[in-house]
Ligand binder design. Structure first.
Ligand code: PMP
Length: 354
């Protein structure tokens, strides 16, 4: 550690993103990206003419993109916040609300929640999931704390219904409830319709998964005017040009071709159910997912061993080392062809185990 660093960071455990190895070409099923390229208008809009304008700053208010997002989702522009990936919204929200009365989130969930909790010295309760890896809604009612729930949850893929989410929001009137809907487009119910009814709700979305724009870094939040103003305060106090020119163009083009992405999501849901059925036939335990990934384990092979053997054969999945889930692997849903190769590879590994 450098002698210049503030010592309060000495114990901070940083977030470790899924690996992006460059040594060979893998079937990449480890970071929940879309297997499909961006839509044609995105590819043609981010062109040499736009690159030639990179000497100029981007629009700090993202006027065109914000208006396009607001129209697409039927909200006012003052209810929309745009960010450099949805991680940035989470960062700002933890910074703003985490320390008011403390924070609650599930113990098995998106790993960044704990990192932000530690970064900002927040008193947080990481509430254990049930035996069946579900969120118990009762744990999140009347908390009087900042509540953060990923719906569907990650890495389990299990979703709560909208009425259950609404009960949680209603029972926490004096604190903010953030619903992280990174994976909502793959079959779960969104809480977006509730932002007019509850001024304590933030719905957080990303273009990294369902919109094939992980590399562009674009996230957005919907909330009451007051909460959006809070997020703007932090954005303008840290990085007002948080969304670069090319991403503003890509995001706007992407929304104009929404049907392309909605069809891609339907296809991913179909391939997910196919993959799940095949894994069940092979004797895996597979949680019921409403996301673009599956969380699965097999009693006859150690989770880490399966991950390493798959990697050795060119298929990357995500393995987590924490005790309760170390027998599982998280498998991003790719194209049908990619999933067939994955399934064949799993089959041959399982044969060798016998
Ligand atoms: N929330 C959840 C639950 C996620 O899994 C991710 C992806 N790692 C994010 C938020 C952040 O996504 P991004 O910053 O790419 O928008």
């Amino acid at each position: 550690m450098s002698r210049f660093r503030d010592s309060k960071f000495s114990l901070l455990k940083e977030y470790v993103p899924g690996e992006q190895p460059q040594d060979k070409k893998y079937i990449k099923l480890n970071t929940n990206e879309s297997p499909f390229p961006p839509s044609p208008l995105v590819i043609s809009s981010v062109n040499a003419e736009e690159v030639a304008k990179l000497n100029l700053y981007s629009d700090p208010e993202c006027k065109i993109l914000k208006k396009t997002v607001a129209e697409r989702y039927g909200v006012e522009t003052e209810n929309v916040f745009l960010s450099n990936g949805s991680d940035e919204i989470l960062n700002f929200a933890f910074m703003l609300y985490g320390n008011v009365n403390g924070t609650v989130f599930p113990d098995i969930s998106y790993g960044f929640y704990k990192v932000f909790g530690d970064l900002y010295n927040i008193k947080y309760d990481a509430i254990p999931l049930t035996e069946s890896f579900e969120i118990n809604p009762e744990d999140y009612k009347n908390t009087n704390k900042f509540v953060v729930i990923a719906n569907p949850n990650a890495p389990t893929g299990i979703a709560l219904t909208l009425d259950v989410i609404e009960d949680i929001i209603r029972s926490n009137p004096d604190n903010v409830v953030l619903i992280d809907e990174a994976y909502v487009d793959f079959g779960a119910e969104s809480a977006l319709s509730l932002i007019d009814k509850y001024n304590n709700l933030i719905v957080c979305r990303t273009y990294s998964k369902s919109r094939s724009l992980a590399g562009a870094r674009l996230g957005f939040a919907f909330a009451s005017k007051e909460l959006i103003a809070d997020l703007e305060l932090i954005r303008n106090s840290t990085n007002p040009y948080n969304i670069n020119r090319l991403t503003q163009i890509a995001g706007t083009a992407c929304i104009r071709e929404d049907e392309y992405y909605m069809n891609a999501c339907k296809e991913i849901e179909k391939v997910r159910e196919y993959t799940r059925a095949e894994l069940l036939k092979l004797g895996f335990e597979v949680l019921e997912s409403k996301a673009n990934f599956l969380f699965a384990k097999h009693n006859e092979i150690d989770g880490n061993e399966l991950y390493l053997k798959l990697k050795g054969r060119g298929v990357l999945v995500r393995h987590f080392t924490s005790e309760r889930i170390c027998q599982f692997n998280r498998i991003t849903i790719g194209t049908k062809d990619q999933m067939d190769i994955f399934l064949e590879t799993v089959k041959s590994i399982m044969e060798e185990e016998k």
